[in-house]
Design a protein around this ligand. Structure first.
Ligand SMILES: NC(=O)C1=CN([C@@H]2O[C@H](COP(=O)(O)OP(=O)(O)OC[C@H]3O[C@@H](n4cnc5c(N)ncnc54)[C@H](O)[C@@H]3O)[C@@H](O)[C@H]2O)C=CC1
Ligand SMILES: O=C(O)CCC(=O)C(=O)O
Length: 565
């Protein structure tokens, strides 16, 4: 039977204490003996900082920290919190295996050091011939962060701001994100340093195909090696060029070649529901918190979306879809920010109507309809609202603007939008933050479904829809017969219109969206459980997410071993 997100949600909604759901977990919830389970006298705002190397402590104070170090700071805080547990588990192993405790300690530290650095950093520089006959050298990167699981996974970004540090940081975020939502991949990321608006379609195709070839030559991509996907300024078109290049070269004998990249168009190996997956996933994850009275009260908020106001920074793939879903739930969009500025209307902006304007004009300025215009994209951060959704780029919320942010809950659609210093300020103000590694994990979750579809060579529901339909009919007949046997009269069992729709009209998209909703709800539930288990404040979801992710990455490495010899 196909479960739609609303069905999953109905299953989950009556549970007032979501922790109870966590007994049914998708991954390994941190548990075990030993270690700090909270109750220490550490300042909750800096929990996990004690014992960090001084240079990382500094990262926690900086206005504009190095992006990679920023991710490392978050990961190391979680490692610090988990270290006593890891040592206790090693001690148990030592007792079983007879390996001395000192060696076990080295092993814990070895694993921690391994998580710290990317396993492979690749920069390529290649020429393309532009339409006007001139030549240009393009800089591009691919980073493999942690290969505790294969393949590795992460999008490809086209932007003038791309640099190796950014790609490294984004690859590390992918490791933690995949672990957070229990998607069995290591983390990777790619970037090409171009402003795509300055190139023709023909030039972009050349760049994409050549970038693909450079990675293929080095054996850095493939369905079982590393599987890229869309990110900023890339989408189905670029994914098609990439997979086509793979299939016509190295992958021409590989039956699974289609699985070398995800985010492909539907008619070229893609999956229904990937385009909207990241924004939809952000909304799915938000539901568990926003509809939970206990949680919302704990951050000084009433539950529910109806009448709540929200603001969105970045109206691309993630932001536009997230805004649409929040509005459909009854939320009121107060403001939208893009590169050219911010528009604001206290009476609300109709997201559907704005989308039509945006699709034609690619700017917020000039939309009119009673909106007030503000020059800077960051002006949106100061508008009082219930929910703020940074969905543009990294480090938009910083030490200098965090104090002026006036919202209850931040939902991170972008990767790395909040610096550690800003995090601490917001924590002290009691603002909850749904962190990127859960908030935008809907994209990689549905990419995972696409990859599974590709390597299984069958679409979701193809084998089961007919069978499920037949089973359900038999079940209804059987219920009718039992009733007749017992009551002695015919009772017509009439499926409700909703049930009939599910039975006869289910599509691949229904399965994908139900799988996405399930993943996000289960992970959100796991994080609430983690906050309680480690004595974290309810709003400290980032630390909970890192603790939960790093526990899983660590456990995989611990089981597998670290070195070949
Ligand atoms: N596309 C996906 O499936 C996923 C994307 N993400 C992250 O979400 C963020 C957005 O990605 P997409 O929506 O895919 O990219 P996109 O290219 O579709 O949209 C990004 C939008 O943000 C705008 N923007 C850029 N800088 C801005 C600024 N300073 N202020 C306001 N607007 C600005 C751009 O003009 C563009 O409209 C990125 O951080 C990306 O890494 C994360 C997970 C998956
Ligand atoms: O869909 C994917 O595989 C990765 C998307 C991505 O780049 C991200 O989550 O940041």
């Amino acid at each position: 039977m196909v479960l739609t997100p609303s069905a999953v949600w109905r299953m989950l909604r009556p549970v007032s204490n979501p922790c109870r759901l966590a007994s049914r977990s998708m991954g390994h919830v941190c548990s075990g003996s030993g270690g700090d389970s909270g109750g220490s006298d550490e300042d909750p705002a800096t929990k996990g900082e004690k014992g960090l190397p001084p240079d990382l402590v500094k990262v926690g104070e900086e206005e504009n920290p190095n992006f990679y170090r920023m991710v490392e700071y978050n990961a190391y805080k979680a490692l610090n919190i988990l270290k006593p547990r890891f040592l206790a588990s090693m001690k148990e192993r030592a007792q079983r295996s007879g390996v001395p405790e000192k060696t076990q300690k080295h092993r814990v530290e070895g694993i921690m050091a391994l998580i710290k650095n990317p396993t492979c950093v690749c920069g390529v520089h290649f020429p393309i011939k532009r339409d006007d006959g001139t030549y240009e050298i393009i800089d591009a990167f691919r980073v493999h962060h942690c290969n505790h699981k294969i393949p590795l996974k992460g999008g490809i970004r086209y932007s003038e701001e791309v640099n190796i540090d950014e790609v490294k940081a984004l690859s590390a975020l992918m490791t933690y994100k995949c672990a957070c939502v229990s998607v069995p991949y290591g983390g990777a990321k790619g970037g090409v340093r171009i402003d795509p608006s300055k190139y023709s379609e023909n030039e972009l195709e050349k760049i994409t195909r050549r970038y693909a070839l450079e990675l293929i030559k080095k054996n850095l991509v493939g369905p079982g090696i590393d599987v890229p996907a869309p990110d900023v300024n890339t989408g189905g078109r670029e994914m098609s060029w990439f997979v086509d290049t793979y299939m016509k070269t190295f992958g021409h004998t590989n039956i699974n070649a289609m699985g070398c990249i995800t985010g492909k168009p539907i008619f070229y190996g893609g999956i229904r529901g990937r385009v909207t997956a990241t924004g939809r996933g952000l909304w799915n994850a938000s539901q568990l918190f926003i509809n939970n009275k206990d949680y919302m009260n704990s951050i000084g908020c009433e539950p529910g979306y109806k009448g709540k106001t929200f603001c969105v920074q970045g109206f691309g793939n993630v932001g536009s879809n997230a805004a649409r879903y929040f509005e459909a739930e009854g939320g009121k969009c107060l403001a939208i920010a893009e590169r050219d500025g911010t528009i604001y209307n206290p009476d609300g902006i109709n997201v559907h109507d704005f989308t039509e304007y945006w699709n034609k004009n690619r700017k917020v300025m000039g939309y009119g309809k009673g909106t007030k215009e503000m020059k800077s994209s960051n002006d949106i951060l100061y508008i009082p609202c219930d929910f703020l959704m940074p969905c543009a780029t990294e480090k938009t919320i910083r030490k200098t603007n965090a104090e002026k942010i006036n919202c209850k809950f931040i939902f991170e659609g972008a990767n790395g939008p909040t610096t550690p210093a800003a995090d601490k300020i917001l924590f002290k103000k009691g603002t909850a933050i749904l962190p990127d590694i859960l908030g935008n994990a809907g994209g990689v979750t549905v990419s995972y479904f696409e990859w599974l579809k590709n390597i299984n060579h069958v679409s979701y529901g193809r084998l089961s829809f007919g069978y499920d339909e037949e089973n359900t009919r038999l079940l209804l007949d059987s219920v009718a017969k039992s009733l007749k046997d017992q009551l002695g009269k015919d009772i017509k069992i009439d499926p409700s219109p909703e049930f009939k729709k599910r039975l006869y009209e289910a599509t691949e998209k229904d399965i994908v969206q139900a799988g996405l909703a399930y993943t996000m709800y289960m992970t959100a539930t796991e994080l609430i459980k983690t906050t309680k288990e480690f004595g974290l404040q309810p709003q400290n979801l980032r630390l909970a997410a890192y603790v939960s992710s790093i526990f899983k990455v660590y456990k995989a490495l611990e089981e597998a071993g670290l070195t070949i010899t």
